[in-house]
Write a protein that binds this ligand. Structure first.
Ligand code: SAM
Length: 341
């Protein structure tokens, strides 16, 4: 074996072994967020003893976790043993413009972590083991756990922060009419749509406990929105011009997608439109690592998948809808516009 082959094999061994311990990366990030390390460093570097005191954790153990995270450029330790923020660590601060704390706590929560750890069972059975573990499907389980429901809604709102601007600027919204954000969570997308389109009215549709914490209350939007609580499979506000379905279908089985699309079809105005806003898998199968990662997540925790335009078109067809336009956005999301057939 040549030196080049030996070096390549050595690198591959390290890659595979580090990959198979990747869960420790997630666990260490969770420690940093829960101990509020980034917030403690907001005013400058500190020794680990002080960070641990502020976070209520053991200093010796925290030092080892932070040294590991520093190998990933999350935090930096100087020669005096003080820890500093890095660009990545700054995003873990509560006052960061993109506060990733809630997303990291969600992604490393048991509801994600435990089914992910049983991905082998999911792949063997061809179905998520989430309900086997938690006794219900994801959203029904959330409804029984207020703390996790809050965490999930906050995390989705955080994800939305980086997406809504790109969605709003990419689609030509009508000048007048009513937009329903179906499963709109805390209302980040609807807020952005209404702010950018002063002639539109909006309805935020979601489950009641989610709507209680909505973020639409802004005097600038007074009189232009309402919230409606319900089950989106059972029925939606009638006769609206646009139904937004963002980050909903990709966590659903084909059967549930059709149920939801039929619910939109039953409710929409004759010339209404549905906008499916999700990652879109290109037909040639050449898509980004982040969409492939999301696809596996959708498989492990939910009964969903990332889909191609043809796959979405087939589901729309079953609901008597058809793709009218496909509009890319500057984010990982694509807008698939659908109209009655
Ligand atoms: C993945 S989140 C997406 C939230 C938002 N559209 C976004 O992009 O940030 C799914 C949302 O659908 C809501 N949801 C789930 N099942 C629902 C149902 N059967 N009826 C109404 N809303 C539901 C959840 O409460 C949650 O807010």
């Amino acid at each position: 074996m040549s030196d080049v082959d030996r070096a390549a094999i050595g690198a591959a061994v390290r890659q595979l072994l580090a990959g198979s311990l990747g869960y420790l990366n997630a666990a260490a990030l969770r420690v940093a967020v829960r101990a509020r390390v980034a917030d403690s460093l907001a005013d400058g570097p500190l020794p680990v003893e002080r960070i641990a005191e502020l976070g209520g954790v053991d200093p010796g153990h925290l030092r080892r976790v932070l040294r590991f995270l520093a190998t990933r450029e999350v935090f930096r330790e100087d020669e005096d043993g003080n820890f500093h923020l890095t660009t990545a660590a700054g995003l873990l601060r509560a006052d960061s413009p993109i506060p990733l704390q809630s997303l990291i706590l969600l992604f490393t929560d048991q509801t994600y972590w435990v089914p992910a750890g049983r991905l082998d069972d999911t792949v063997r059975k061809g179905v998520t083991v989430f309900d086997e573990i938690f006794g219900a499907q994801f959203f029904d389980y959330l409804a029984t756990d207020e703390e996790r429901q809050t965490l999930f809604s906050d995390a989705m709102a955080c994800m939305s922060l980086t997406e809504t601007g790109g969605v709003v600027q990419s689609y030509d919204f009508p000048e007048k009419g009513t937009v329903v954000d179906v499963g709109g969570g805390l209302g980040g997308l609807l807020y952005a749509v209404l702010s950018a389109n002063p002639g539109l009215q909006g309805i935020l549709f979601d489950r009641e406990p989610v709507l209680r914490r909505h973020r639409l209350a802004d005097p600038a939007l007074d009189g232009r929105w309402e919230t409606v609580a319900g089950d989106f499979y059972a029925g939606l506000p009638a006769d609206a011009d646009l139904y937004l379905i963002k980050r909903i279908l990709h966590d659903k089985s084909d059967a549930d997608c059709v149920r939801l699309l039929r619910s939109c079809r039953r409710s929409m105005a004759a010339d209404g439109r549905v906008l499916i806003i999700d990652p879109l898998v290109p037909a040639d199968g050449d898509y980004s690592p982040s969409i492939k990662l999301s696809d596996v997540l959708m498989m492990a925790v939910f009964e969903g998948k990332e889909r191609t335009a043809d796959e979405l078109g087939a589901l729309l067809g079953e609901a008597d809808l058809a793709v009218s336009r496909i509009i890319p956005t500057p984010t990982t999301l694509t807008i698939v516009e659908a109209a009655p057939r």
